[in-house]
Design a protein around this ligand. Structure first.
Ligand code: AHR
Length: 498
Protein backbone atom coordinates (compact mmCIF):
# COMPACT_ATOMS: atom_id res chain seq x y z
CA UNK A 1 0.00 0.00 0.00
CA UNK A 2 1.89 2.99 -1.24
CA UNK A 3 0.86 6.49 -2.32
CA UNK A 4 3.02 9.19 -3.81
CA UNK A 5 2.63 12.94 -4.11
CA UNK A 6 4.67 15.45 -6.08
CA UNK A 7 4.51 19.10 -5.09
CA UNK A 8 6.39 21.96 -6.65
CA UNK A 9 6.54 25.51 -5.35
CA UNK A 10 5.74 26.78 -8.86
CA UNK A 11 2.57 24.69 -9.22
CA UNK A 12 0.32 26.97 -7.24
CA UNK A 13 -3.43 26.51 -6.91
CA UNK A 14 -3.86 29.92 -5.34
CA UNK A 15 -3.25 32.20 -2.40
CA UNK A 16 -5.11 30.89 0.62
CA UNK A 17 -7.50 33.48 1.95
CA UNK A 18 -7.30 33.07 5.75
CA UNK A 19 -11.07 33.53 5.89
CA UNK A 20 -11.55 29.93 4.73
CA UNK A 21 -10.91 29.12 8.40
CA UNK A 22 -13.98 31.07 9.46
CA UNK A 23 -16.76 29.83 11.71
CA UNK A 24 -20.33 30.57 12.63
CA UNK A 25 -22.36 31.63 15.68
CA UNK A 26 -26.12 31.40 15.31
CA UNK A 27 -28.80 32.27 17.86
CA UNK A 28 -29.51 28.60 18.22
CA UNK A 29 -29.30 26.21 21.16
CA UNK A 30 -26.46 27.08 23.52
CA UNK A 31 -24.18 28.74 20.95
CA UNK A 32 -24.73 32.25 22.34
CA UNK A 33 -26.42 31.74 25.72
CA UNK A 34 -24.27 29.34 27.73
CA UNK A 35 -21.69 29.24 24.93
CA UNK A 36 -19.89 32.48 24.17
CA UNK A 37 -22.04 34.42 26.68
CA UNK A 38 -22.84 33.35 30.23
CA UNK A 39 -23.09 36.21 32.72
CA UNK A 40 -22.32 35.08 36.25
CA UNK A 41 -20.02 32.27 35.13
CA UNK A 42 -16.74 32.43 37.08
CA UNK A 43 -14.81 32.60 33.79
CA UNK A 44 -16.93 35.37 32.28
CA UNK A 45 -15.77 38.97 31.96
CA UNK A 46 -17.82 42.06 32.89
CA UNK A 47 -19.80 41.69 29.62
CA UNK A 48 -20.66 38.06 30.29
CA UNK A 49 -18.25 36.82 27.60
CA UNK A 50 -16.75 33.50 28.60
CA UNK A 51 -12.99 33.86 28.61
CA UNK A 52 -12.31 30.13 28.76
CA UNK A 53 -14.24 29.81 25.48
CA UNK A 54 -12.32 32.75 24.02
CA UNK A 55 -9.06 31.01 24.89
CA UNK A 56 -10.03 27.98 22.81
CA UNK A 57 -11.21 30.20 19.97
CA UNK A 58 -7.84 31.86 20.11
CA UNK A 59 -6.16 28.47 19.69
CA UNK A 60 -8.20 28.02 16.51
CA UNK A 61 -7.20 31.44 15.15
CA UNK A 62 -10.67 32.06 13.70
CA UNK A 63 -10.44 34.96 11.23
CA UNK A 64 -14.16 35.60 10.63
CA UNK A 65 -17.45 34.55 12.27
CA UNK A 66 -20.82 34.52 10.54
CA UNK A 67 -23.75 35.84 12.63
CA UNK A 68 -26.66 35.68 13.68
CA UNK A 69 -27.86 32.81 11.44
CA UNK A 70 -28.52 30.49 9.76
CA UNK A 71 -32.22 29.81 9.69
CA UNK A 72 -32.59 32.19 12.65
CA UNK A 73 -31.77 35.22 10.53
CA UNK A 74 -34.84 34.76 8.33
CA UNK A 75 -37.08 35.83 11.22
CA UNK A 76 -34.65 38.28 12.84
CA UNK A 77 -35.75 41.81 13.70
CA UNK A 78 -32.35 43.35 14.29
CA UNK A 79 -33.89 46.38 16.03
CA UNK A 80 -35.06 44.07 18.85
CA UNK A 81 -31.45 43.29 19.68
CA UNK A 82 -30.06 46.81 20.26
CA UNK A 83 -30.54 49.48 22.90
CA UNK A 84 -31.12 49.10 26.64
CA UNK A 85 -31.29 45.43 27.57
CA UNK A 86 -34.24 45.99 29.91
CA UNK A 87 -36.37 47.14 26.97
CA UNK A 88 -35.52 44.29 24.64
CA UNK A 89 -38.41 42.15 23.50
CA UNK A 90 -38.75 38.43 23.97
CA UNK A 91 -39.81 36.84 20.69
CA UNK A 92 -40.98 33.47 19.46
CA UNK A 93 -38.13 32.17 17.36
CA UNK A 94 -39.77 30.16 14.60
CA UNK A 95 -36.76 28.56 12.93
CA UNK A 96 -35.76 26.52 15.99
CA UNK A 97 -39.00 26.92 17.96
CA UNK A 98 -37.51 28.58 21.01
CA UNK A 99 -37.82 31.92 22.80
CA UNK A 100 -35.25 34.56 21.91
CA UNK A 101 -34.70 37.03 24.75
CA UNK A 102 -32.46 39.37 22.73
CA UNK A 103 -30.34 39.85 25.84
CA UNK A 104 -27.33 39.35 23.58
CA UNK A 105 -27.67 41.34 20.37
CA UNK A 106 -25.94 42.94 17.43
CA UNK A 107 -23.68 45.33 19.36
CA UNK A 108 -22.77 42.68 21.91
CA UNK A 109 -21.66 40.44 19.06
CA UNK A 110 -19.49 43.19 17.59
CA UNK A 111 -17.90 43.69 21.04
CA UNK A 112 -17.41 39.96 21.43
CA UNK A 113 -15.83 39.64 17.96
CA UNK A 114 -13.31 42.34 18.86
CA UNK A 115 -12.34 40.46 21.97
CA UNK A 116 -12.18 37.20 19.99
CA UNK A 117 -9.87 38.85 17.48
CA UNK A 118 -12.12 38.03 14.60
CA UNK A 119 -14.05 39.79 11.84
CA UNK A 120 -17.86 39.81 11.61
CA UNK A 121 -19.71 38.29 8.64
CA UNK A 122 -23.19 39.71 9.18
CA UNK A 123 -26.27 38.12 7.65
CA UNK A 124 -29.42 40.10 6.88
CA UNK A 125 -33.00 38.87 6.96
CA UNK A 126 -34.41 38.30 3.49
CA UNK A 127 -37.09 35.94 4.82
CA UNK A 128 -39.63 38.07 6.68
CA UNK A 129 -37.92 41.36 5.80
CA UNK A 130 -36.22 42.96 2.86
CA UNK A 131 -34.27 45.87 1.47
CA UNK A 132 -35.56 48.45 3.94
CA UNK A 133 -34.35 46.58 7.03
CA UNK A 134 -31.16 45.74 5.14
CA UNK A 135 -30.27 49.34 4.40
CA UNK A 136 -31.22 50.40 7.93
CA UNK A 137 -29.02 47.90 9.75
CA UNK A 138 -26.13 48.84 7.49
CA UNK A 139 -26.67 52.55 8.15
CA UNK A 140 -26.84 51.81 11.89
CA UNK A 141 -23.66 49.75 11.68
CA UNK A 142 -21.39 51.54 9.22
CA UNK A 143 -22.52 55.13 8.71
CA UNK A 144 -20.47 57.56 10.83
CA UNK A 145 -23.17 59.97 12.14
CA UNK A 146 -25.79 62.58 11.35
CA UNK A 147 -28.66 60.25 10.41
CA UNK A 148 -31.39 58.60 12.46
CA UNK A 149 -29.87 55.13 12.46
CA UNK A 150 -26.22 56.11 12.83
CA UNK A 151 -27.06 58.49 15.67
CA UNK A 152 -29.09 55.76 17.34
CA UNK A 153 -25.95 53.60 17.34
CA UNK A 154 -24.05 56.46 18.95
CA UNK A 155 -26.83 56.85 21.51
CA UNK A 156 -26.39 53.14 22.24
CA UNK A 157 -22.79 53.81 23.19
CA UNK A 158 -20.96 53.16 19.91
CA UNK A 159 -19.52 56.48 18.76
CA UNK A 160 -17.45 54.87 16.00
CA UNK A 161 -19.08 52.91 13.18
CA UNK A 162 -18.66 49.15 13.38
CA UNK A 163 -17.21 49.04 9.86
CA UNK A 164 -18.50 45.55 9.08
CA UNK A 165 -17.24 44.64 5.65
CA UNK A 166 -18.90 41.33 4.79
CA UNK A 167 -22.68 40.87 4.55
CA UNK A 168 -24.73 37.80 3.57
CA UNK A 169 -27.93 38.39 1.63
CA UNK A 170 -30.18 36.02 3.58
CA UNK A 171 -29.72 32.35 4.33
CA UNK A 172 -30.68 29.14 2.47
CA UNK A 173 -33.51 30.87 0.65
CA UNK A 174 -33.95 27.81 -1.62
CA UNK A 175 -35.04 25.61 1.32
CA UNK A 176 -38.75 25.03 2.00
CA UNK A 177 -37.87 24.96 5.74
CA UNK A 178 -36.70 28.57 5.53
CA UNK A 179 -38.92 31.32 6.97
CA UNK A 180 -39.87 33.22 3.82
CA UNK A 181 -38.59 30.56 1.38
CA UNK A 182 -38.47 31.91 -2.17
CA UNK A 183 -38.12 30.77 -5.74
CA UNK A 184 -34.81 31.57 -7.42
CA UNK A 185 -36.41 34.47 -9.30
CA UNK A 186 -38.08 35.92 -6.22
CA UNK A 187 -34.87 35.66 -4.21
CA UNK A 188 -32.66 36.81 -7.08
CA UNK A 189 -34.67 40.02 -7.53
CA UNK A 190 -34.82 40.74 -3.80
CA UNK A 191 -31.10 40.06 -3.35
CA UNK A 192 -30.26 42.29 -6.30
CA UNK A 193 -32.33 45.23 -5.05
CA UNK A 194 -31.09 44.80 -1.47
CA UNK A 195 -27.50 44.67 -2.71
CA UNK A 196 -28.00 47.89 -4.66
CA UNK A 197 -29.27 49.92 -1.73
CA UNK A 198 -26.73 48.41 0.65
CA UNK A 199 -23.88 49.43 -1.63
CA UNK A 200 -25.38 52.90 -1.94
CA UNK A 201 -25.23 53.15 1.86
CA UNK A 202 -21.66 51.81 1.99
CA UNK A 203 -19.84 51.07 -1.28
CA UNK A 204 -16.93 49.44 0.55
CA UNK A 205 -18.87 46.35 1.68
CA UNK A 206 -18.72 42.90 0.09
CA UNK A 207 -21.83 40.80 -0.42
CA UNK A 208 -22.60 37.10 -0.48
CA UNK A 209 -25.63 35.78 -2.41
CA UNK A 210 -27.29 32.52 -1.36
CA UNK A 211 -26.45 29.44 -3.36
CA UNK A 212 -28.11 26.08 -2.77
CA UNK A 213 -28.49 24.67 0.74
CA UNK A 214 -26.78 21.46 -0.34
CA UNK A 215 -25.88 19.47 -3.40
CA UNK A 216 -29.06 17.33 -3.34
CA UNK A 217 -31.51 20.23 -3.48
CA UNK A 218 -33.82 19.61 -6.46
CA UNK A 219 -33.22 23.17 -7.70
CA UNK A 220 -29.39 22.85 -7.69
CA UNK A 221 -27.66 24.17 -9.87
CA UNK A 222 -30.46 25.99 -11.70
CA UNK A 223 -30.92 28.03 -8.51
CA UNK A 224 -27.38 29.39 -8.75
CA UNK A 225 -27.65 30.17 -12.47
CA UNK A 226 -30.90 32.12 -11.93
CA UNK A 227 -29.78 33.91 -8.77
CA UNK A 228 -26.53 34.96 -10.43
CA UNK A 229 -28.41 36.15 -13.47
CA UNK A 230 -29.95 38.76 -11.17
CA UNK A 231 -27.07 39.43 -8.82
CA UNK A 232 -23.82 38.87 -10.73
CA UNK A 233 -22.91 42.54 -11.00
CA UNK A 234 -23.86 43.28 -7.40
CA UNK A 235 -22.22 40.61 -5.27
CA UNK A 236 -18.70 39.30 -4.74
CA UNK A 237 -19.44 35.77 -3.48
CA UNK A 238 -21.89 32.95 -3.92
CA UNK A 239 -22.55 30.82 -0.85
CA UNK A 240 -22.42 27.04 -0.51
CA UNK A 241 -23.57 24.85 2.39
CA UNK A 242 -23.01 21.15 2.97
CA UNK A 243 -23.26 18.78 5.93
CA UNK A 244 -22.54 15.05 5.94
CA UNK A 245 -23.60 12.21 8.23
CA UNK A 246 -22.92 8.52 8.69
CA UNK A 247 -26.43 7.32 9.47
CA UNK A 248 -25.92 3.96 7.75
CA UNK A 249 -22.70 3.35 9.65
CA UNK A 250 -20.88 3.00 6.33
CA UNK A 251 -17.53 4.58 7.14
CA UNK A 252 -15.81 3.95 3.77
CA UNK A 253 -18.59 5.94 2.05
CA UNK A 254 -18.68 8.55 4.82
CA UNK A 255 -14.94 9.26 4.46
CA UNK A 256 -15.35 9.55 0.69
CA UNK A 257 -17.95 12.32 0.97
CA UNK A 258 -15.30 14.99 0.55
CA UNK A 259 -15.04 13.88 -3.09
CA UNK A 260 -18.66 14.99 -3.46
CA UNK A 261 -17.66 18.27 -1.86
CA UNK A 262 -14.93 18.63 -4.52
CA UNK A 263 -17.57 18.01 -7.16
CA UNK A 264 -19.96 20.49 -5.61
CA UNK A 265 -17.28 23.19 -5.68
CA UNK A 266 -16.29 22.37 -9.26
CA UNK A 267 -19.93 22.55 -10.41
CA UNK A 268 -20.45 25.90 -8.73
CA UNK A 269 -17.30 27.31 -10.30
CA UNK A 270 -18.59 26.13 -13.69
CA UNK A 271 -22.00 27.71 -13.02
CA UNK A 272 -20.45 31.03 -11.97
CA UNK A 273 -18.24 31.03 -15.04
CA UNK A 274 -21.19 30.21 -17.28
CA UNK A 275 -23.05 33.29 -16.00
CA UNK A 276 -19.86 35.34 -16.33
CA UNK A 277 -19.61 34.35 -20.00
CA UNK A 278 -23.30 34.99 -20.57
CA UNK A 279 -22.97 38.47 -19.13
CA UNK A 280 -19.69 39.17 -20.93
CA UNK A 281 -18.46 40.10 -17.47
CA UNK A 282 -14.85 40.63 -16.46
CA UNK A 283 -15.57 39.84 -12.85
CA UNK A 284 -14.69 36.45 -11.36
CA UNK A 285 -17.28 35.28 -8.82
CA UNK A 286 -15.73 33.81 -5.68
CA UNK A 287 -17.25 31.22 -3.37
CA UNK A 288 -18.11 31.44 0.31
CA UNK A 289 -18.55 27.93 1.71
CA UNK A 290 -20.21 29.47 4.71
CA UNK A 291 -21.67 26.35 6.34
CA UNK A 292 -19.94 23.00 6.35
CA UNK A 293 -19.39 20.18 8.82
CA UNK A 294 -20.58 16.78 9.95
CA UNK A 295 -24.12 16.99 11.36
CA UNK A 296 -26.37 14.05 12.19
CA UNK A 297 -25.66 12.69 15.69
CA UNK A 298 -28.16 14.99 17.39
CA UNK A 299 -31.00 14.82 14.84
CA UNK A 300 -33.13 12.31 16.69
CA UNK A 301 -32.92 13.97 20.11
CA UNK A 302 -33.66 17.35 18.54
CA UNK A 303 -36.74 16.06 16.75
CA UNK A 304 -38.28 15.16 20.13
CA UNK A 305 -37.67 18.51 21.79
CA UNK A 306 -40.56 20.50 23.24
CA UNK A 307 -40.87 23.99 21.78
CA UNK A 308 -40.59 27.42 23.37
CA UNK A 309 -37.82 27.25 25.93
CA UNK A 310 -34.86 29.61 26.19
CA UNK A 311 -31.51 28.39 24.80
CA UNK A 312 -32.15 24.65 25.16
CA UNK A 313 -29.41 22.23 24.09
CA UNK A 314 -29.90 21.76 20.33
CA UNK A 315 -27.69 20.28 17.60
CA UNK A 316 -25.19 19.12 20.25
CA UNK A 317 -23.43 16.54 18.10
CA UNK A 318 -20.77 14.60 19.98
CA UNK A 319 -18.03 14.10 17.42
CA UNK A 320 -15.96 10.94 17.14
CA UNK A 321 -12.68 10.05 15.49
CA UNK A 322 -14.12 9.27 12.05
CA UNK A 323 -15.90 12.64 12.05
CA UNK A 324 -12.54 14.33 12.58
CA UNK A 325 -11.13 12.42 9.60
CA UNK A 326 -13.92 13.62 7.32
CA UNK A 327 -13.56 17.17 8.63
CA UNK A 328 -9.84 16.89 7.77
CA UNK A 329 -10.75 15.74 4.23
CA UNK A 330 -13.24 18.62 3.88
CA UNK A 331 -10.58 21.13 4.94
CA UNK A 332 -8.25 19.62 2.33
CA UNK A 333 -11.03 20.03 -0.23
CA UNK A 334 -11.31 23.74 0.63
CA UNK A 335 -7.54 24.14 0.26
CA UNK A 336 -7.57 22.35 -3.10
CA UNK A 337 -9.92 25.09 -4.32
CA UNK A 338 -8.10 28.00 -2.72
CA UNK A 339 -8.24 29.90 -6.00
CA UNK A 340 -12.04 30.23 -5.85
CA UNK A 341 -13.16 29.46 -2.29
CA UNK A 342 -12.23 32.65 -0.45
CA UNK A 343 -14.36 32.29 2.66
CA UNK A 344 -15.70 29.27 4.53
CA UNK A 345 -17.33 28.75 7.91
CA UNK A 346 -17.23 25.55 9.86
CA UNK A 347 -20.72 25.37 11.32
CA UNK A 348 -20.69 26.15 14.06
CA UNK A 349 -18.23 27.31 16.74
CA UNK A 350 -19.53 26.60 20.25
CA UNK A 351 -21.96 23.89 21.51
CA UNK A 352 -24.02 23.74 18.29
CA UNK A 353 -22.41 21.21 15.88
CA UNK A 354 -19.19 22.66 17.18
CA UNK A 355 -15.50 22.05 17.81
CA UNK A 356 -15.82 23.70 21.25
CA UNK A 357 -18.18 22.53 24.00
CA UNK A 358 -19.10 24.02 27.34
CA UNK A 359 -21.13 22.78 30.25
CA UNK A 360 -23.54 25.05 32.08
CA UNK A 361 -21.61 27.00 34.69
CA UNK A 362 -18.84 24.45 34.12
CA UNK A 363 -15.79 23.93 31.93
CA UNK A 364 -14.93 23.61 28.26
CA UNK A 365 -13.53 20.83 26.12
CA UNK A 366 -12.32 20.26 22.58
CA UNK A 367 -14.27 17.91 20.34
CA UNK A 368 -12.32 15.65 17.95
CA UNK A 369 -13.02 17.96 15.00
CA UNK A 370 -11.27 20.79 16.85
CA UNK A 371 -7.87 19.38 15.91
CA UNK A 372 -7.89 19.21 12.08
CA UNK A 373 -9.58 22.62 12.09
CA UNK A 374 -6.89 24.07 14.37
CA UNK A 375 -4.00 22.47 12.45
CA UNK A 376 -5.12 23.81 9.08
CA UNK A 377 -6.01 27.23 10.45
CA UNK A 378 -2.65 27.62 12.19
CA UNK A 379 -0.36 25.96 9.63
CA UNK A 380 -2.39 26.19 6.42
CA UNK A 381 -1.61 29.78 5.55
CA UNK A 382 0.20 30.84 2.39
CA UNK A 383 -0.18 29.24 -1.03
CA UNK A 384 -1.95 25.96 -1.74
CA UNK A 385 0.12 23.76 -4.05
CA UNK A 386 -1.22 21.37 -6.68
CA UNK A 387 -1.08 17.85 -5.21
CA UNK A 388 -0.07 15.37 -7.92
CA UNK A 389 -1.18 12.20 -6.19
CA UNK A 390 -0.93 8.60 -7.12
CA UNK A 391 -2.82 6.50 -4.60
CA UNK A 392 -4.39 3.05 -4.44
CA UNK A 393 -8.17 3.32 -4.51
CA UNK A 394 -11.27 1.57 -3.20
CA UNK A 395 -14.94 1.37 -4.08
CA UNK A 396 -17.39 2.02 -1.27
CA UNK A 397 -21.10 1.15 -1.37
CA UNK A 398 -21.96 4.52 -2.85
CA UNK A 399 -18.77 6.03 -4.24
CA UNK A 400 -16.20 4.46 -6.54
CA UNK A 401 -12.52 5.18 -7.15
CA UNK A 402 -11.87 6.66 -3.76
CA UNK A 403 -8.16 7.31 -3.18
CA UNK A 404 -6.97 6.02 0.21
CA UNK A 405 -4.79 9.11 0.41
CA UNK A 406 -6.29 12.58 0.66
CA UNK A 407 -3.66 15.28 0.80
CA UNK A 408 -2.58 18.80 -0.04
CA UNK A 409 0.53 20.92 0.62
CA UNK A 410 0.71 24.54 1.73
CA UNK A 411 3.74 26.77 1.17
CA UNK A 412 4.24 29.58 3.65
CA UNK A 413 6.87 31.68 1.89
CA UNK A 414 7.15 34.17 4.73
CA UNK A 415 8.15 31.49 7.23
CA UNK A 416 9.93 29.35 4.64
CA UNK A 417 7.78 26.36 5.60
CA UNK A 418 5.86 23.67 3.77
CA UNK A 419 3.06 21.82 5.52
CA UNK A 420 1.45 18.65 4.24
CA UNK A 421 -2.01 17.69 5.45
CA UNK A 422 -2.94 14.08 4.81
CA UNK A 423 -5.65 11.58 5.67
CA UNK A 424 -5.25 7.83 5.30
CA UNK A 425 -8.80 6.63 4.59
CA UNK A 426 -7.78 2.98 4.87
CA UNK A 427 -9.52 1.51 7.90
CA UNK A 428 -7.36 -1.61 8.21
CA UNK A 429 -3.87 -0.85 7.10
CA UNK A 430 -1.20 1.77 7.07
CA UNK A 431 -0.26 3.60 3.92
CA UNK A 432 3.29 4.27 2.84
CA UNK A 433 3.43 7.90 1.73
CA UNK A 434 6.28 9.27 -0.37
CA UNK A 435 6.41 12.97 -1.07
CA UNK A 436 8.62 14.46 -3.73
CA UNK A 437 9.32 18.10 -2.91
CA UNK A 438 11.66 18.53 -5.91
CA UNK A 439 11.89 22.34 -6.22
CA UNK A 440 12.27 22.87 -2.48
CA UNK A 441 15.80 21.47 -2.37
CA UNK A 442 16.93 20.04 0.91
CA UNK A 443 14.29 20.15 3.65
CA UNK A 444 14.34 19.49 7.36
CA UNK A 445 11.51 18.10 9.38
CA UNK A 446 9.82 20.37 11.91
CA UNK A 447 7.40 17.70 13.03
CA UNK A 448 4.87 15.04 12.13
CA UNK A 449 1.62 15.26 14.10
CA UNK A 450 -0.79 12.33 13.98
CA UNK A 451 -4.36 11.91 15.11
CA UNK A 452 -5.16 8.20 15.33
CA UNK A 453 -7.49 6.06 17.38
CA UNK A 454 -8.31 2.36 17.42
CA UNK A 455 -11.98 3.10 17.95
CA UNK A 456 -13.49 5.14 15.11
CA UNK A 457 -16.45 5.95 17.32
CA UNK A 458 -14.40 7.25 20.26
CA UNK A 459 -15.30 10.82 21.26
CA UNK A 460 -14.24 13.50 23.74
CA UNK A 461 -16.67 14.33 26.50
CA UNK A 462 -16.66 16.49 29.61
CA UNK A 463 -15.66 13.40 31.63
CA UNK A 464 -13.02 12.26 29.11
CA UNK A 465 -11.94 15.43 27.29
CA UNK A 466 -8.69 13.96 25.96
CA UNK A 467 -9.90 10.57 24.77
CA UNK A 468 -8.96 11.45 21.15
CA UNK A 469 -6.20 13.94 20.54
CA UNK A 470 -3.15 14.27 18.32
CA UNK A 471 0.42 13.34 19.25
CA UNK A 472 3.68 14.53 17.77
CA UNK A 473 5.36 11.14 17.33
CA UNK A 474 4.72 10.63 13.63
CA UNK A 475 7.37 8.66 11.77
CA UNK A 476 8.07 10.98 8.79
CA UNK A 477 11.70 11.05 7.68
CA UNK A 478 13.29 13.48 5.29
CA UNK A 479 16.08 12.82 2.87
CA UNK A 480 16.87 15.95 0.85
CA UNK A 481 13.66 16.77 -0.98
CA UNK A 482 12.06 13.37 -0.35
CA UNK A 483 9.79 12.74 2.60
CA UNK A 484 8.64 9.29 3.59
CA UNK A 485 6.04 8.48 6.20
CA UNK A 486 3.96 5.52 7.08
CA UNK A 487 0.47 6.86 7.69
CA UNK A 488 -1.35 4.91 10.38
CA UNK A 489 -4.73 3.45 9.37
CA UNK A 490 -7.61 5.93 9.65
CA UNK A 491 -5.38 8.84 10.61
CA UNK A 492 -5.06 12.60 10.19
CA UNK A 493 -1.48 13.81 9.62
CA UNK A 494 0.32 17.12 9.60
CA UNK A 495 3.90 16.99 8.30
CA UNK A 496 5.77 20.27 8.68
CA UNK A 497 9.03 21.03 6.90
CA UNK A 498 11.48 23.89 6.63
O1 AHR B 1 -26.08 25.35 11.08
C1 AHR B 1 -27.35 24.85 11.35
C2 AHR B 1 -28.36 25.20 10.27
O2 AHR B 1 -28.04 24.52 9.10
C3 AHR B 1 -28.41 26.65 9.83
O3 AHR B 1 -29.22 27.42 10.63
C4 AHR B 1 -28.98 26.55 8.45
O4 AHR B 1 -28.55 27.59 7.62
C5 AHR B 1 -28.56 25.19 7.96
O5 AHR B 1 -29.62 24.47 7.47
Amino acid sequence: NKATMIVDKDFVIGDIDARIYGSFIEHLGRAVYGGIYEPGHPQSDENGFREDVLELINELKVPIVRYPGGNFVSGYNWEDSVGPKSERKHRLELAWRTIETNEFGFNEFVDWAKKANTEVMMAINLGTRGMDAARNILEYSNHPSGTYWSDLRREHGYEQPHGIKTWCLGNEMDGPWQIGHKTAHEYGRLAQESAKVMKWVDPTIELVACGSSNIVMPTFPEWEATVLDHTYDHVEYLSMHQYYGNREDDTPTFLARSLEMDDFIRTLIATCDYVKAKKRSKKKMMLSFDEWNVWYHSNEVDSKMDPWSIAPPQLEDVYNHEDALLVGCMLISLLKHADRVKMACIAQLVNVIAPIMTSKMGGTWRQTIFYPYMHTSVYGRGKALVPLINSPKYDSKEITDVPYLESVAVHNEELGEVTIFAVNRHLESELLFEIDLRSFGSCTLIGHTVMECDDLKAANTEQQPDRVKPHNNGNAVVDGAKVTASLVKASWNVIRLK
